[in-house]
Design a protein around this ligand. Structure first.
Ligand SMILES: C[S@@+](CC[C@H](N)C(=O)[O-])C[C@H]1O[C@@H](n2cnc3c(N)ncnc32)[C@H](O)[C@@H]1O
Length: 191
């Protein structure tokens, strides 16, 4: 079901969906390990889509930790809310979400798991999203994201990697996760 919805939304909104299929369990597992969701206090997920990473987050996060998913697509957000009734989602672009109000009475965000299609974004949107989100990541907090292998060498992919190196410390690139369509690598860095 989620693959069908994903393809439908890709044909309607290919610029924001940016992928033809949801991420695989193998990529979700690599993202959980890289971001250390199992040690998190407050997790932010960007672009949960049909919930490939959300399901892994739900399984890995400590019972007393918090979560928020920010998804721009209303159809994905409504299906996510049905599939994960105990997890909160908000419909917003990550570049415009009001973190100051959201974090007023909450613990700082210490893990960000991103499913956003960075390579499909223009530089201005890459910068706007990182500029809105990263100032709210706690010191030593972890930011994990992925790129499709090969696409990461396109100019927009290299530009995004350069931005990560500018804004985070100790950015690491994982081995290739071949069991994903297309194969992918994971980047993780700290605030
Ligand atoms: C490549 S899909 C990944 C979905 C899922 N995380 C996965 O790995 O299968 C990208 C997702 O990011 C969402 N998205 C794109 N631009 C966004 C933005 N500016 N803010 C929040 N979500 C966005 C899309 O609607 C889509 O659900």
């Amino acid at each position: 079901m989620s693959t069908v919805t994903f393809l439908q939304e890709f044909t309607r909104n290919w610029k924001t969906v940016g992928a033809v299929a949801p991420s695989s369990p193998a990529l979700a597992e690599r993202m959980m390990q890289s971001s250390e969701v199992s040690k998190a206090r407050h997790i932010l997920e960007l672009g949960p889509g049909t919930g490939a990473f959300t399901a892994a987050i739900q399984d890995s996060m400590p019972k007393d930790s918090s979560y928020l998913g920010i998804e721009i697509n209303t159809i994905f957000a409504s299906q996510l809310q049905t599939r994960f009734p105990k997890m909160p989602f908000t419909v917003s672009g990550a570049q415009e979400f009001d973190f100051v109000s959201y974090l007023k009475d909450r613990e700082p965000i210490d893990v960000i798991v991103s499913g956003l299609p960075w390579t499909a974004f223009p530089r201005s949107l890459q910068e706007a999203i990182l500029g809105n989100v990263l100032p709210h990541l706690a010191p030593n907090g972890r930011f994990a994201t992925f790129a499709y292998y090969g696409f990461h060498q396109l100019p927009s992919g290299q530009r995004f990697r350069d931005l990560l190196h500018q804004k985070l410390t100790g950015v690491e690139t994982s081995r290739v996760v071949w069991a994903n369509l297309p194969p992918a690598i994971v980047y993780v860095g700290r605030m």
